[in-house]
Design a protein around this ligand. Structure first.
Ligand code: SAM
Length: 269
């Protein structure tokens, strides 16, 4: 296995069944799989999927997979970097997403999973620490941009623990099954995903600062402007950025000064 590509294979049928059960894709659904490896999870997902599209970067594994699934007309193996292809185009409509993720790109893949067109549901095997960040509540040490973005666009929850010994080769840490269920967000249009995630990353760059100060820095506001803005929202200027709930961060984002927004947004308005 290629360490560089985060190759840790699962072989335990019980665990693979738990991942497929957590995905709960209806029979006939289109399922995308990221990093099929040797096809252990692919095999199980393909039993129920109407169509299964598996995206694998390793050319040797792609060759193996094409051969392994050549008799299965509903399975398509795509040789690509999962971050470089448009999942929605591959799916061609509504889709479910699964993957025992290569750990070196886990966070960017999770951020990608909340971009449009979002999957109906996604199930990922991720390192414990990432799983804890995904579901972390405001005010905790693990709470950050990943938590906020996943919780705004989806309902993330954990569906089980996977000990390091269940993988070959054995990774250094345990993993968890993370489920992300699509959420219809009314406050934010889905076209704002990228800009909102940039805002949250800047905000958590100042996570220990009081909110009033953080906004003054981020948006070049005077103390009076920051206080007035937070007053309008009924928010406390003294609270630390890291203690603010996801829906409050959305409200803050919607109040951002227009001349700080994206250039293309300025052109539109
Ligand atoms: N699904 C298999 C399993 O559970 O046994 C393999 C999971 S392994 C943790 C991650 C897989 O992702 C490997 O097969 C690796 O080659 C592949 N991979 C790594 N980087 C990738 C990328 N950027 N795009 C697509 N696949 C990638």
């Amino acid at each position: 296995p290629r360490k560089r590509l985060g190759q840790h294979f699962l072989t335990d049928r019980n665990i693979l069944d738990r991942i497929a059960a957590a995905l709960a894709a209806p029979p006939g659904a289109t399922v995308l799989e990221i990093g099929p490896g040797r096809g252990a999870l692919t095999e199980i997902l393909a039993e129920r999927a109407g169509r299964l599209v598996a995206i694998e970067l390793d050319r040797e594994l792609v060759r193996y997979l094409v051969d392994r699934f050549k008799g299965r007309s509903n399975v398509q193996i795509v040789e690509a970097d999962a971050l470089a292809v448009a999942w929605g185009s591959l799916a061609g409509g509504s889709y479910y997403l699964a993957g025992n993720l290569p750990y070196y790109v886990t966070t960017p893949l999770l951020f990608r999973a909340i971009e449009e067109p979002r999957p109906e549901r996604a199930v990922f095997v991720v390192q414990d620490e990432v799983a804890r960040r995904a579901v972390a509540r405001a005010g905790t040490r693990e709470y950050g941009a990943l938590s906020v973005n996943l919780q705004v666009w989806s309902r993330p929850f954990l569906a089980g623990h996977i000990p390091a010994g269940a993988f070959y080769p054995r990774p250094k840490v345990d993993s968890a099954i993370l489920v992300i269920e699509k959420r219809d967000v009314v406050a934010l249009p889905p076209t704002e995903t990228a800009a909102f995630s940039r805002f949250t990353k800047s905000l958590f760059g100042l996570r220990r600062k009081q909110l009033g100060r953080a906004l003054r820095e981020l948006w070049a506001l005077t103390p009076g402007e920051a206080e007035a803005l937070l007053g309008r929202l009924g928010m406390d200027a003294a609270v630390r950025a890291e203690a603010i709930e996801p829906d409050q961060i959305v409200r803050l984002y919607l109040e951002r000064p227009l001349d700080l927004s994206e250039p293309d947004e300025r052109a539109r308005s």
